[in-house]
Every structure is written in structure tokens, then in C-alpha cells.
Design a protein around this ligand. Sequence first.
Ligand SMILES: [Zn+2]
Length: 301
Amino acid sequence: MAFPLSRRGLLGAAAAFPLVRTAWADAAIRVGGTTIEALRDGSFPLEPKMIPGADSDEGRALLGAAGLPPAGPTPEPVNAFLVRRAGRAWLIDAGCGGLFGPDFGKVPAALGASGIEPGAIEAVWLTHLHIDHAGGLLDPKGVARFPQAEILVQEAEIAYWSDDAARSRAPAEMGPFFDAAQAVLAAYRGRVRAVSGAADLAPGIAFMPLPGHTPGHSGVLVTDGNDRLLVWGDIVHSRILQMPHPEWSVIWDLDQAQARATRRRILDQAAADGLVVAGMHVAARGRIERRGNGYALVDAA
Ligand SMILES: [Zn+2]
């Protein structure tokens, strides 16, 4: 997600959806000897107009069938993930921090509730540099929140958010996103490791490039023995709308055609391989099944 909305409009709308903790959000996902835990940063109201294909009779029918107002919105989470193995701790993304107001920025409290101090985080693996994923790397003073952490992110991602020409081509409301990405990179200067492609992050853990949402957008694939989990970043922003219609892109997908192709490819691969998936804007984790022309996310037991 990227929230190209006025801050006031977003926060006003978000206030209508207080944080709802689902049962699974508290449960760690086990992948062999590795545990992956969702840290809920907040929740935002996704409206059909944010997924233009869903601003349609079909979209309204899907929302209505899910027990929601047919015109939306649908409350969707902002998650980061804590990864632990044998006394080591890493993060996949870090939530919004203070950049979207008091309804967000709950990752530090969730981390504390899991018994982890910021200084214990060895590295943060960033799926991309949007504010709702990287903003939480900064404390309220704009200083690095994780004093020991190395930041691993795709080179293409750093290049895009550092590019003045890209900024001048982007809509004006994306300006704060360029500012935030650059502030994060500056705060961690000397500790940012630019990687490329399916780079190893830790033993059995690697980036999986999933470009389209942003140029360097990547998932994180955790493999331990026969178990695998893909934390797929921002492949889907609405389970209800985009699983049956993977051709529906969100307005924040920078390259809509590439995002669509990537979403189709990874959903197809996940269904074929029996991959368990989790995401930053999906309040569930599970396996993918083909359903007609689309897919369904079937909750893991
Ligand atoms: Zn996002």
C-alpha cells in the first residue's frame, strides 16, 4: 500500500476501523525451527476506488457476499513480521512508524510484547521502501529505531526512490514517499546493504523478486526442511477482491501490467507448489487454490 491520500482523509477514515486483532495474528507460524510472527502495525479502510476493477458490479457483489457494505470499505491490515531462529531475531518490514498518525505505528509495542528489544534485531529485510513498510525504521525524532540492524533491500528499490527524475514523473502526492524512503536510507547510512535478485538473507531465507508494485518489490521465502513460507509483501491488498480477480491492480502498483503479471505468476506457483503464504495486507495465512479464473487463499489450520 502507499496511501496517496490526504493524511487527514486517511486518518479520518481509518478511525472508523479500530484495530482488530484476529486470533491468527497472535500465533506464530512455524517453518521447521524458524518462527514467523505477524506484528500488526494498524488497519486501513480499503475502498473499491483504490482497486479500479473492483469499482464495479462484480466488486460490489464480492464485498456484499463477504458481509461488507457493497460500496466498501474493507478493513485491511498493515503487518510487519518478526522472524526468530535459535536466539536470533530479524524483521521483515517495520510498519508505518509515526508517519501516518496515531492509528498506526504499533510494531514497536508488538515487538515488545514478544519480548524483543530493538537492539536485538540483527537485520531488517525490506520488501520495498513504501512508508507503511519502512517508516517504522525511524523513531519519532527521525533517528534509526534499530541500533544494531543492517537493512537489506533491493538495489532497484534504492535506485528508484533516490532518483530525482522518477520523482518528477510521479504524482505530487508521492513526494512524501520519496522523502520518507530517503530519510530511512540516510538514517541507516553505512548499514544499508543493497542486494540484487534472489539474494540470501540468512540460512534458508532469501528474497524472491516480485516486481511491479515497486521496481524492487520482493517477497521473503523461508525454507526449513520440507516447510516453506512466502511472505509476499504487497502482492494482494484485498483478499476478498484480488484473489478471485488477480487482474485487478491497486492504484499504488507503480507498473500495473508488471504487477498483474507478477501476481498471476506467484499465485499460480503457490497453488502448484503448495506454498504457505502470508502478506503485509492480508489478515490470514494459508495455501493458494485455483478457483475458476482466479484463486482462493485457504486458511492454514
Ligand atoms: Zn503496503
